[in-house]
Every structure is written in C-alpha cells, then in structure tokens.
Design a protein around this ligand. Structure first.
Ligand code: NAP
Ligand code: G4F
Length: 331
C-alpha cells in the first residue's frame, strides 16, 4: 500500500470517482476539493461505494485562497486537476466563466503548488477539443492545436500554463490530452449518456423519441475507467510530460446511437429526430487520437470497446429508469 496523499479537484464529476477509487485501492489517502452546491452532487461517489472514504475539503477553483488551504491541509504527493465547466455547448453561453474555471484557475492550482508544495506532482485534464479543426488525420502530441469553442480555447491556456510551469519552475506537471471518455457515470447532457438514457426510457415505454443535433460528427470514444489509469501512470514517471490518451478508433454519433438501440433490439430510425436546436455555432467534425506515445512510455492501452461501453451504459440506465418508474407506481 502506497501511504501517499492525493488531492483531486472535480471529485464529484464523472472522472473524479473512478480516479478516487483507483487511488483508494492503491492505498492512497484521497482528498477531494468540493464546491458548495445547493443540491446533492455526491451520487457518483455513492454509486461507486466510496463517498465515505473521501476526505472532503471545501473549495472552489476560482478562489485561489481555497486551493492554498486545500494544499496545506491535504499535503498531497499528487494533485489531479479535473475540475472544469466541461460541457462544450455551454461554453458559448458562459464564455467568461469557462475561461476562468478551465483556463485562469489552472494557474491558481499551479501557484498553490509552486509557493507551498513544489514537490507535489500535478496532473492537468487537457482535452482533444484543443485539436478542434484538426490539422492531421490522427492527432498526437505534436499535432498543432486549433480550438473551435470557448471551452477549447480556455483549455488551451490550461495546457500551456502547465507546460510553462514545468519548464519555468521545474514542477512535475503533466498534461493528459484525453479524447472523449464515457461511462455509466457520464453527465446526462453529453451525447452518449443522452442516448443511453433515452434508449432505456423508450424501451421501458416512458419516452417516445430522441432528439439530437449533428449525428455526422465523429468521436474517438473510450471508457473513463481505463482513462483514469493513464492519469495515474503519468504521475508515476520520473519526468513529467504530455500524453494523448485515446483508443485510435473513431465512430459517428449516428453509429454510436445505432449500437445503443440495437442493444435493446430496437431500430434507431424509428425514434431519432434531428433538431437544429442542438447544432453548435462551430463544430468539431472529427477526432481520432494516436495513443502510441502512451503505449510506449506508460505501457497504457484501452481495454474496453465502444460496444462494451455503450452496452454497459444502456444496462445501467435500464436499471435506473426501471427503479424510477417503480418508485412512481409505489408513491
Ligand atoms: P464533469 O463530469 O463535468 O465534472 C466536472 C467537475 O468539476 C465536477 O466535479 C464539478 O463539480 C467540478 N467543478 C466545476 N466547476 C468548479 C469550480 N469552479 N470549482 C470546483 N469544482 C468545480 O467532467 P469529467 O467528464 O469528469 O471530466 C474531468 C475533466 O477532464 C474536466 O476538466 C474535463 O474538461 C476534462 N476532459 C474530459 C473529457 C471527457 O470526455 N470526459 C475529455 C477530455 C478532458 P460539481 O459536480 O459540484 O458541479
Ligand atoms: O458528447 P458531447 O457533448 O461531447 P464533446 O463536445 O465532444 O465534448 C466532450 O469531449 C471533450 C473531449 O474531446 C471534452 F473535453 C469535453 O469536456 C466533453 O467531455 O458531443 C459530442 C458530439 C458533438 O459533435 C456534438 O455536436 O455529439 C454531437 N451531438 C449531436 N447531438 C450532440 C447532440 N451532443 C450533445 N451533447 N447533445 C446532442 O443532442
């Protein structure tokens, strides 16, 4: 058992609980920065059965003083910065918030470490959204960036400030350029979970149609549980570096959707409606990652196919929706 301490921001999101579970299983003490919210935001931690094992520290990424306090309390060997306004579509509606949380606040984290805990290893949650209008057919660590959303632009700042603090101050700061990764814990606003939730509701008779935007867009989708392992591996290396984490397979939203419907023996074309409301002001048409460096240097490879992933998500949503409908009947 490691006996190490880790601090995770974004502990209540999709990736935070998977990463926390991985670290707890390795014997880490896990601290989670938790932003004050009016409604419950711990359901994912409960679903993985680890809510009681996290040492929560109140704080917000936009409040630099709360990050200094968190670092001083947790005394982390490893700091994983997963917190973000992570929904691309919302970044056109809230560009300043997105810039502050996803961009500037990364410097709050790095400054807290530079000034108070320079030995701590740092992970920054960068994204394939930074490739945007792709400049190479398969994107790797050397592919030029061309972000297409306020989200992507803000994340680009977070990426480069991480590189800069590594080069300027010698911090062990790594940036994981992760392609889309999904799971049964995915937020309902993202397209995979929107689809698997709708498929479950249609199958169980509580929804009639599914409305989507651009189904020609292509994404390189992997399983979040596989991807958090890559985050941890990055911080175990002697040298900090940047890594693309992806499956190397790209699929259209249309085909991902078809897989979900077929999983419950339904035909997508009977239920799918295209709704321009979900089109974006500028689209990332295709993403396809090349994870060769991660495979060679980290020994990392994805373990879960898209069919397995979408099947597991549909099954989880069938269980949730069935429980919800049952609760309505007995209420
Ligand atoms: P997510 O489910 O949207 O979770 C975001 C987390 O950030 C939540 O815990 C949220 O807290 C927290 N947060 C938001 N604003 C905050 C603030 N001002 N202060 C403190 N915490 C704040 O995102 P995810 O899918 O787990 O992704 C994790 C990270 O990886 C994000 O940075 C995302 O941009 C990046 N990323 C994700 C993917 C992907 O496909 N999932 C791919 C590449 C990069 P509440 O729950 O309280 O709102
Ligand atoms: O699921 P999405 O909302 O994910 P998107 O925009 O690719 O962003 C996710 O992955 C990024 C990594 O590349 C992360 F950095 C980011 O935080 C987030 O996790 O949309 C995927 C595609 C888009 O092309 C979108 O236009 O699906 C298309 N789409 C079509 N109809 C839809 C819909 N997306 C959503 N959310 N809802 C729709 O109805």
């Amino acid at each position: 058992m490691s006996g190490k301490s880790a601090l995770i921001t974004g502990i209540t999101g999709q990736d935070g609980p998977y990463l926390a579970k991985l670290l707890l299983d390795k014997g880490y003490r896990v601290h989670g920065l938790i932003a004050r919210r009016a409604s419950d935001n711990q359901w994912r931690l409960r679903e993985l059965g680890i809510a009681g094992e996290i040492k929560f520290i109140d704080g917000d990424l936009t409040d630099a003083s709360s990050l200094i306090r968190a670092v001083n309390l947790a005394k982390p060997d490893e700091f994983y910065n997963l917190a973000a306004q992570s929904f691309v579509a919302a970044s056109w509606d809230q560009p300043l918030l997105t810039a502050t949380v996803n961009g500037l606040a990364v410097t709050h984290c790095l400054e807290a470490l530079r000034q108070f805990s320079p030995h701590t290893r740092f992970y920054q949650a960068s994204t394939s959204e930074m490739f945007g209008l792709i400049q190479a057919e398969r994107q790797d660590e050397k592919t030029p960036f061309y972000p297409r959303s306020p989200y992507g632009v803000a994340k680009l700042y977070g990426h480069w400030i991480t590189v800069n603090y590594r080069e300027s101050f010698g911090l062990h700061a790594s940036s994981g350029i992760l392609f889309n990764h999904e799971s049964p814990l995915r937020g309902i606003e993202f397209v995979t979970r929107k689809v698997t939730d709708a498929v479950a509701r249609i199958k169980l008779g509580s929804q009639r149609e599914l409305r989507l935007g651009n189904i020609d867009a292509k994404r390189d989708w992997g399983f979040a549980g596989d991807y958090v392992e890559a985050m941890w591996l990055m911080l175990q290396q002697d040298q900090a570096d940047d890594y693309v984490i992806a499956t190397g397979v790209t699929t259209t939203v249309r085909d991902m959707c078809r897989i979900a419907f077929r999983h419950v023996d339904l035909e997508m074309d009977d239920y799918l409606v295209i709704d321009p409301k979900f089109f974006r002001p500028a689209e990332v048409e295709v993403l396809l990652g090349n994870p060769a460096k991660a495979r060679a240097k980290l020994g990392w490879a994805p373990k879960t196919s898209l069919e397995q992933l979408i099947g597991a998500m549909v099954d989880a949503d069938l269980r949730r929706v069935a429980a919800e409908l049952q609760a309505r009947v007995t209420a």
